[in-house]
Design a protein around this ligand. Sequence first.
Ligand code: LLP
Length: 384
Amino acid sequence: MKTKFPLEKFKQLSTPFYYYDVDLLKETAQALKNEADKYGYIIHYALKANPNKKILDILKEYGFGADCVSGNEVQRAIDCGFSPDHIAFAGVGKTDEEIETGLDHKIFTFNCESIPEIENINELAKKRDVVADIAIRINPNVDAHTHHYITTGLEENKFGISRWQFQEVADLLKSLKHVRLISLHFHVGSQITDLNVFEALCDKVNEIQDWFKSQGFVFKHVNLGGGLGIDYTAPNEHPIANFIDYFAIINKNLKVEKGQKVHFEIGRAIVGQGGNLITKVLYVKHGQKKSFAIVDAGMTDLIRPALYQAVHKIENITSTGAEKVYDVVGPICESSDCFAQGIAMAEANRGDLLAMRSAGAYGEIMASQYNLRKLPEHYYSDEL
Ligand code: LLP
């Protein structure tokens, strides 16, 4: 389904703003659910990608759980109607207050990333005389072949517990009375488009599960995290992520124990293609070598190009002029405030509206007020 932009309505709104295509979001969620159901897989929506209340209201209807990385995300998921026993809580630096929030609600798992964290959760649970269900997040040393800022599963990354610590963790867990290890957790990176990475991950999961089994641990759950990529260069041609091949690869390569439930934490692939940043051309400045389309959105509204050299397809949605080549830049006082260099789009004039596509994940939520700018507004296709 191709996103349609209601231009007459857009013209009455002040820019920049995020525009969410609710039909595409629902179609994507349904496609994901259909594929996951084929194998009995359990999906947690990774709130960090986009925690807007309306998006959560829509996604919970598909029966997804939530994957959270802060106490506030846990609270947001609960407030929006996600069941606490479907909430996984990850993160290398959970504060006591955040752990207390999880304990208050008896969440599904704390995904623990270090030995001191396991010890701390045990202490906090002991004070309440409860037992907290935990997963240990393993750092499997699998290269996700994605941007190094969003690679998480290598030995050099801060995430998870590495192989050389397994024996110590296993011995520790046998001695602690207020944490119960129910799952292994893995997440090797984001925007992964090389599906072989997931095959390599499965091989590691199988081997690591066997090691823990040999130590007497039985896991009712295994959590493979998220990371499935989307097509940023061709959102119209590929509006829905390749859930079919993704789950087929996992199903083929993952050894699942009898009765074991397989979980995923998917963010970008659910909400990425449904969001667009709509911005207005303020000025077109012709240099000697290039032309700049200066727009009213900046890196404060969508930081991904500046931070990860990310590509977002940019379309001039109000011009029918012949294609010309532009650098599309924002108004912020930083040279990195550049959305694209040397891209072709329909001739731009002052007042034209541009759509920065595939901005539904890690777009609006990463906005900042640098330069004392306003945070962007958002609108939904079924409300305009
Ligand atoms: N689970 C864990 C433990 C994670 O750290 C993440 C993402 C996910 C699941 C969801 O991954 P996804 O399915 O969305 O790839 N701001 C960056 C992405 C950071 C991803 C952080 N962790 C970006 O704009 O590309």
